[in-house]
Design a protein around this ligand. Structure first.
Ligand SMILES: CSCC[C@H](NC=O)C(=O)O
Ligand SMILES: [Zn+2]
Ligand SMILES: [Zn+2]
Length: 430
């Protein structure tokens, strides 16, 4: 990957705002762009699990709404879990709206593995800003806000209403966030036509866009067995069963990994991933346990026959021995894909705007899960997109960072996307 240096234009957009004119890119001698300063401020808000400071995030968003002169509605979907909605009403508010969604929470860190304080928003000499949430997805939140700010300052207004939704708890499954919000009357009131949500960075010049995502299945397989003294050959043990279960799942894992590695066209979104993530059981060295449980995180492409796959899991459990059962902690079954046909007006507006900015798009299935799945499940079109090219994928990783030039370039992308989406034709979208 080619590093992006401070003062070096990343090359995607026409360079009318590039170095020399002081519009978009920093030089060591230049003062920091206020949008970057704001991004760094938001990174310092500790919305990190397991105890995210959502109150601080709401205070920040209230201030943003005030600065932008936009109303901010707060909907408490569960105790202590508030969805905030900033609304820029269109000139034709009866039309379907455009939603710019972002989650406010971030995943925990292993602080000892970070070069800098993960909540210090430190910027190095290259213009790389380090912090949890720089990629996932505080960058996008601020890019939406800054794009809307700039459009408002320029005196723009569009036919369609634009809602910026700020949602808690995405990183822990969304049960007390988007999953509940989509069933709330306030969600219906948004009258959504199209949504943008998070995507992933791309280390190349291209930008990745996601039109669907894999179904997360979190499963625990329980293996009961005969207990006894640790000095004997006890028959029918839990450990023997759990071993067979693990073998079945991990052999399937190997096959899928091979399928990914031998097919050049495949990305992570095209194969099923399997990871054994928890193993529980036992009370003492010399007591053969009466039960052992093993848990897996499976991510299944939307093209897979889900019923058939569950039958396969059932068969693995049966083969493992007597009494082996399974239980789901997450079982998502959505196979809706968002259209990326030229004829689809939303995609057309998105795609042609990106093309006009010389952006290369790579269409993929999102390998993990985002809040988009709850919207797609309702049949709403949603595109996952975080405008970060020439950037390694570091979400949930140590030393997550984003270069300030890439961040600023993303604002310009939304400055073009928002008008395009909020202005597209009437029939048949009304
Ligand atoms: C399956 S719900 C958890 C959602 C989470 N999202 C981002 O990382 C993920 O693990 O994909
Ligand atoms: Zn995210
Ligand atoms: Zn995440």
């Amino acid at each position: 990957m080619r590093a992006v240096r401070a003062g070096q234009w990343v090359g995607m957009l026409p360079d009318k705002d590039g170095p020399g004119e002081g519009g978009g890119v920093q030089d060591k001698t230049w003062s920091e762009d206020p949008s970057v300063t704001l991004f760094r401020e938001y990174l310092k808000v500790k919305t990190v699990h397991p105890q995210p400071d959502y109150d601080a995030a709401l205070r920040f968003l209230e201030r943003m709404a005030e600065e932008l002169s936009l109303p901010l509605k707060k909907v408490e979907v569960c105790p202590g879990r508030v969805v905030a909605i900033m609304t820029w009403v269109g000139t034709r508010p009866e039309l379907k709206s455009v939603v710019l969604n972002s989650h406010t929470d971030v995943v925990p860190v292993y602080e000892e593995h970070w070069k800098y304080d993960p909540f210090g928003a430190i910027k190095d000499a290259e213009g790389n800003i380090y912090g949890r949430g720089t990629q996932d997805m505080k960058c996008v939140t601020i890019q939406y806000i800054e794009a809307v700010r700039r459009l408002k300052v320029a005196g723009k207004r569009f036919p369609r209403t634009v809602h910026l939704t700020f949602v808690p708890d995405e990183e822990v499954g969304g049960q007390q966030g988007m999953e509940t919000f989509v069933k709330h009357p306030e969600f219906q009131k948004l009258n959504i036509g199209f949504a943008l949500d998070e995507g992933l960075a791309n280390p190349t010049d291209a930008f990745t866009v996601f039109y669907g995502e894999k179904n997360p299945w979190w499963i625990t397989v329980s293996c009961p067995g005969s207990p006894g003294h640790g000095s004997r050959f006890v028959e029918n043990t839990a450990a023997e069963k759990v071993r067979r279960v693990i073998n079945s799942f991990l052999e399937f894992r190997e096959k899928e990994k091979k399928r990914l590695n031998t097919n050049e066209c495949f990305t992570l979104g095209d194969v099923t991933t399997v990871n054994m993530t928890m193993l529980k059981g036992g009370v003492a060295y010399n007591v053969v346990p009466a039960e052992m449980d093993v848990s897996f995180d499976l991510r299944i492409p939307p093209t897979v026959d889900l019923q058939g796959f569950e039958e396969q899991i059932k068969a693995w459990c049966k083969e493992a021995g007597e009494g082996v059962t399974y239980k789901f902690a997450q079982k998502h079954m959505d196979q809706n894909l968002t259209s990326t046909e030229e004829s689809d007006p939303w995609w057309n507006a998105f795609g042609s705007t990106c093309k006009a900015m010389n952006m290369t798009l790579k269409k993929e299935i999102f390998p993990a899960a985002t809040d988009s799945r709850f919207m797609r499940e309702l049949g709403l079109p949603a595109i996952g997109f975080s405008p970060m090219n020439r950037t390694p994928i570091l979400l949930h990783d140590h030393n997550e960072y984003l270069n300030e030039c890439v961040f600023l370039q993303g604002i310009q992308v939304y400055e073009r996307l928002v008008p395009a989406l909020a202005s597209i034709g009437t029939i048949p979208l009304d």
